[in-house]
Ligand binder design. Structure first.
Ligand SMILES: NC(=O)c1ccc[n+]([C@@H]2O[C@H](COP(=O)([O-])OP(=O)(O)OC[C@H]3O[C@@H](n4cnc5c(N)ncnc54)[C@H](O)[C@@H]3O)[C@@H](O)[C@H]2O)c1
Length: 445
């Protein structure tokens, strides 16, 4: 059988007089197209084509700035100059600015082919006042955002305009319970911010604030560690307590009463900062810490007792403005779009912080009351009440670190920002839609 197969194989060998194909000329495949191009001036057309393509790429070589959703009411306040790079890209090219497409890019345009990839970002407390504005910016930038909120002080209405957007998810969840999500960044805001709410909570539900600040922060740091996400903590100027240094620098360690009625918030945030740094040093988590000073703007809770919202709501309802103490204690007031810009720059930059994010313009409570009178009702009365325990006498951020390392400083003055908040409050208190449409027209001061 085997020999038979061998024999048949030898039969198929070509005989000497069978057909042999024409040998291929070695250069024909190169010379033939050249001849063709030279004939009938085809080369000229090739050059003209190259010239047109070069012209198009030179003139229109950038993609437009990221789409800004029409519902994003405050985007006009925010310079469109920051351009984001995923963390891994940042690490490889830490000098993105030098390449001409970092935050220094004055046109806000990104070269074609280098358009940033959207990230998956968790915003805890994203249905609250600051969180919802941050979510607007992140969504407008093209990221996918997951809001985690238990609606303790936040409202679904603050983020409802994103419902139906495939880049947006809302999870009702208390951060004191663990959660597993695959994300690139975590903005951890979950925590009621009003001192009045916090005092009330500390009396009626002891430990809730500590649990939120301590267990909640631990859970989110644990998540960051597990999935390799970058973590940003929104701490507060309250970590300085009743400060003995003025203005307050980040290097100041503060003067906090650890057993007072406000300490559940102040000490809770101080512990959250400690945990954040522990996770950074001990577990290599990439962290950022912002110390936020008084912030105001649309979507603030109307009756949570914070001074700006208090005065505005009282003036609109024709009630007297309540000033606690002699009204000479000072605060600084930052418009929310300035804060959001600072938070995003911090998250995307290379510095851990802590960074003071606040407006250094300093006002006494009485001066604030006057601005509210000017804006809403010159006849609004002022009523003095005894001051609350441990109310700080002075607050003013030193923001030189943020200016130098984040290239950030607030742009919206109190007199520019307050009318925007008033329109929003008027709409929510009286259902008056006439002025609501103006709320996105603040210009920087
Ligand atoms: N607004 C300011 O002036 C200011 C100043 C300093 C620091 N901060 C910090 O900024 C962050 C946001 O403040 P804000 O003014 O938007 O306050 P906010 O009360 O409007 O928002 C807080 C959000 O966190 C949610 N939340 C609270 N506890 C939670 C929990 N256990 N689990 C899940 N969600 C929870 C609330 O429902 C709310 O949506 C807070 O961490 C606050 O401490 C704010």
């Amino acid at each position: 059988m085997g020999s038979e197969l061998l024999y048949r194989g030898s039969e198929t060998q070509p005989s000497s007089d069978s057909y042999s194909p024409k040998p291929v000329k070695p250069w024909a495949s190169v010379t033939r197209p050249i001849h063709y191009l030279l004939r009938e001036q085809r080369l000229l057309f090739v050059f003209v084509g190259i010239a047109i393509a070069t012209l198009i790429f030179t003139v229109f070589a950038t993609s437009p700035a990221p789409y800004v959703a029409p519902h994003s009411r405050f985007t006009t306040l925010i310079p469109d100059s920051i351009t984001y790079f995923p963390i891994e890209t940042q690490q490889k090219f830490s000098s993105a600015h030098r390449l001409g497409f970092g935050s220094a890019n004055p046109t806000g345009k990104i070269p074609l082919g280098l358009k940033r990839k959207g990230l998956r970002i968790v915003v805890t407390g994203g249905a609250g006042f600051v969180g919802s504005h941050l979510v607007d910016r992140l969504i407008a930038r093209g990221d996918s955002v997951i809001v985690v909120d238990n609606f303790f002080t936040g409202r679904k209405q603050n983020v409802m305009h994103h419902f139906g957007n495939p880049n947006f998810e809302l999870i009702r969840h208390d951060v004191v319970e663990p959660l597993l999500l695959e994300v690139d960044q975590i903005y951890h805001l979950a925590c009621p911010a009003s001192p009045h709410v916090n005092c009330f909570v500390s009396l009626t539900k002891p430990c809730v604030l500590h649990k939120t600040n301590v267990v909640g922060t631990l859970n989110m740091l644990g998540l960051a560690k597990r999935v390799g996400a970058r973590f940003l903590l929104t701490s507060t100027s309250e970590v300085y307590g009743d400060p003995l240094q003025h203005p307050q620098k980040e290097t100041y360690w503060g003067n906090v009463n650890p057993i007072g009625v406000r300490s559940c918030y102040d000490e809770g945030k101080r512990t959250a900062e400690t945990l954040t740094m522990d996770y950074h040093r001990g577990a290599g988590v990439e962290v950022r810490i912002a110390r936020i000073f008084n912030t105001y703007g649309p979507r603030m809770c109307i009756d949570d007792g914070r001074v700006v919202s208090n005065f505005v709501a009282q003036a609109l309802r024709k009630e007297p403005l309540t000033v606690y103490g002699d009204g000479k204690q000072t605060r600084s007031f930052q418009y929310v779009s300035d804060l959001v810009e600072g938070l995003m720059r911090l998250m995307e930059g290379e510095h851990i912080g802590p960074f003071n994010l606040g407006n250094p313009g300093e006002f006494t409570m009485l001066e604030l009351a006057e601005v509210v009178q000017e804006t809403i009702d010159p006849n609004a009365k002022i009523e003095f009440r005894p001051n609350t325990e441990d109310d700080p006498h002075k607050r003013k951020p030193d923001i030189s670190r943020a200016k130098e390392l984040l290239g950030w400083e607030p742009k919206v003055s109190l007199r520019k920002g307050l009318p925007l908040m008033v329109s929003d409050f008027r709409q929510r208190i009286f259902g008056d839609h006439k002025e609501g449409s103006n709320t996105n027209n603040a210009s920087s001061s």
